[in-house]
Design a protein around this ligand. Structure first.
Ligand code: ATP
Length: 321
């Protein structure tokens, strides 16, 4: 890895406290604390306009904060670490006449990788991902998905320690999104820290060890996906043969009877006391399921219905674009 001797690995690849970035009177980033553990896949999740891009750019050192401080790979001057960082911006663009392998090598060269090594690695990466036949094609002849893959390879060809991807899934079809998810996992397995932004909850849920939910320039939640999901109680659905009996008293107060089943949140004391009552009274348990809420439900609980609806709309707009 280039410059591996420059900085020892720190516990957190990115750390920031009290970050504020204003544009005129508008606070795009409004007091953000964030800590991205080294070697994790970390997602910044929020609707368009939440401040994700500004946050990433501030962490990278492209934008200076008005308040607060941050370290990138342990360095309070993030740009000094740029050779160890790969950044895929939201606005993407490659030179249309450049050949695919050359475009990758060129991007690596901007991060200090000798062109010759970049070209060799570029060809190997394209081969390994079934794109060897496109290596010598000019970018303008590639499909959108392929061009985006080329840009991503250009982002990682210099073997960075930290990859920052701004909305990397947008504009990709489902197949290419799956390939990108696999590539992100591959990088993480190799010990690379991956920080990405998205407005699609499913990507964050599938990929991330930790997430930050951002809305209105602030972090509404920071932690593991499991911790976010734990914000909501698991939901119980119970079907019984008998419809009444002393066991009914063991159902929680806010139980809802719907579609021939009882629905309620898992009680603090667990399901066992209720099970005992059902068995003792011979209620006849036909089915019982306990479902943990997904990240989507947790997101609604954390960020609110309005923000969740805006994210759905962002996604729908993108799908029809
Ligand atoms: N250079 C700038 N000058 C003025 N306002 C800006 C600038 N950059 C961002 N903003 C504003 O800051 C807010 C946050 O933008 P930002 O791009 O960080 O959000 P985002 O969550 O990344 O959303 P998107 O995915 O739409 O870019 C938006 O209201 C945007 O218009």
């Amino acid at each position: 890895m280039i410059g591996d001797t420059l900085t020892p690995q720190t516990a957190y690849a990115v750390e920031a406290h009290g970050l504020v970035k204003t544009f005129g009177d508008f606070r795009a980033v409004n007091g953000i604390d964030i800590a991205v553990p080294t070697g994790t896949i970390y997602g910044v999740l929020g609707p368009n306009g939440a401040g994700k891009t500004t946050l990433l750019r501030t962490l990278l050192g492209i934008v200076d904060p008005d308040e607060g401080h941050r370290t990138l790979l342990g360095d309070p001057q993030p740009l000094r670490q740029s050779r160890l960082v790969g950044y895929l911006p939201e606005e993407r663009g490659l030179y249309p006449s450049m050949k695919a392998y050359d475009a990758i090598a060129f991007m690596g060269a901007l991060r200090g990788l000798p062109l010759k090594i970049g070209r060799e690695r570029a060809r190997a990466m394209l081969e390994a991902h079934g794109l060897g036949a496109s290596a010598d094609k000019p970018i303008r002849q590639l499909s959108k998905g392929m061009a985006q893959t080329v840009q991503l390879f250009g982002t990682i060809v210099h073997e960075p320690r930290l990859i920052v991807l701004d909305e990397p899934f947008s504009g990709l079809d489902a197949i290419n999104q799956g390939k990108l998810e696999a590539l992100i996992r591959e990088q993480a397995r190799a010990g690379v820290t991956v920080l990405f932004s998205t407005h699609v909850i499913a990507h964050a849920e599938r990929l991330c060890e930790r997430i930050a939910i951002v809305a209105g320039g602030r972090i509404r939640f920071e932690g593991s996906v499991a911790k976010a999901r734990d914000r909501l109680r698991p939901q119980v659905t119970l079907r019984t043969r008998s419809s009444d009996g002393p066991w009914r008293r063991a159902l929680p107060g806010e139980t809802l009877a719907q579609d021939g089943a009882w629905h309620f949140a898992l009680p603090d004391g667990g399901i066992e006391p209720l099970l005992r009552a059902l068995l003792d009274a011979d209620a006849g348990i036909e089915s019982l399921s306990i479902e943990r809420p997904g990240l989507h439900d947790a997101f609604v609980a954390i960020a609110g219905e309005a923000v969740a609806r805006q994210m759905e709309e962002d996604r729908a707009r993108e799908d029809t674009a």
